[in-house]
Design a binder for this molecule. Structure first.
Ligand SMILES: Cc1cc2nc3c(=O)[nH]c(=O)nc-3n(C[C@H](O)[C@H](O)[C@H](O)COP(=O)(O)O)c2cc1C
Length: 196
């Protein structure tokens, strides 16, 4: 699938078919995460693939009772080896820990979409409950969960206009410099594509 198509089409899916996902596809998803950038190339991400219904129930409960999650045949829990990252980056350990895992997550979600799989990024959870359920050690922190499955819904795209959050040269400036005019024209055609 063309990258731009995957970026534009991907939506958060919260309803899934009762259909298993091939191990080969799961491993392809992990492989795409593995190519994400990370601070100092530390690759602090750790992936737990969860299929067990009891464990998925515990995860959904840890996610403030988001019961829809149990419908997804697979959860990928992305943890960060915080001890590893802390030994390199004391000051920025939290920021880098989360950012590296978020970049890996986006790769997983785009790759999943290209395999016709739906995903939802979930990070509203009790860390403690999740750590207990999945035996995540003290040195590691859960950063996000990606629910995964063949979609049984086609969610709509809800976005503001790109103009509202695109500035030129300094925060708040919406007037493009003359030299940026080709860029501005490109943006205009992009806006119309998004407005459809
Ligand atoms: C940091 C973050 C946390 C999120 N947490 C949840 C969550 O706990 N539950 C949920 O259903 N969706 C969650 N989402 C998904 C967002 O609701 C969704 O991305 C947003 O509504 C835009 O919709 P789209 O992904 O279909 O474009 C989260 C997304 C992000 C980026």
């Amino acid at each position: 699938m063309e990258l731009n198509k995957a970026i534009i089409e991907r939506r958060s899916v919260r309803k899934y078919l009762d259909k298993d996902i091939a191990l080969r596809d799961l491993l392809e998803l992990i492989e795409s995460a593995h190519y994400a950038p990370s601070s100092g190339n530390l690759q602090n991400w750790r992936f737990i693939i969860v299929k067990n219904p009891e464990l998925k129930k515990k995860i959904a409960e840890a996610c403030l009772d988001q019961s829809w999650m149990t419908e997804a045949p697979v959860h990928i829990v992305i943890c960060s080896d915080r001890a590893h990252i802390q030994s390199f980056y004391e000051k920025h350990k939290n920021k880098y820990s989360i950012q590296n895992c978020a970049l890996a997550a986006q790769n997983i979600m785009l790759k999943a979409h290209s395999l016709k799989l739906g995903t939802c990024f979930v990070s509203g959870f009790s860390k403690l409950a999740l750590k207990r359920a999945l035996e995540i050690p003290e040195s590691s922190e859960p950063e996000a969960i990606i629910t995964l499955g063949y979609p049984s819904e086609t969610p709509k795209c809800k976005r503001n206009n790109i103009e509202t959050y695109t500035y030129f040269e300094k925060y708040g400036n919406k007037k493009a410099d003359k030299e940026l005019w080709p860029f501005a024209a490109k943006l205009k055609s992009l806006f119309s594509k998004f407005k459809k």
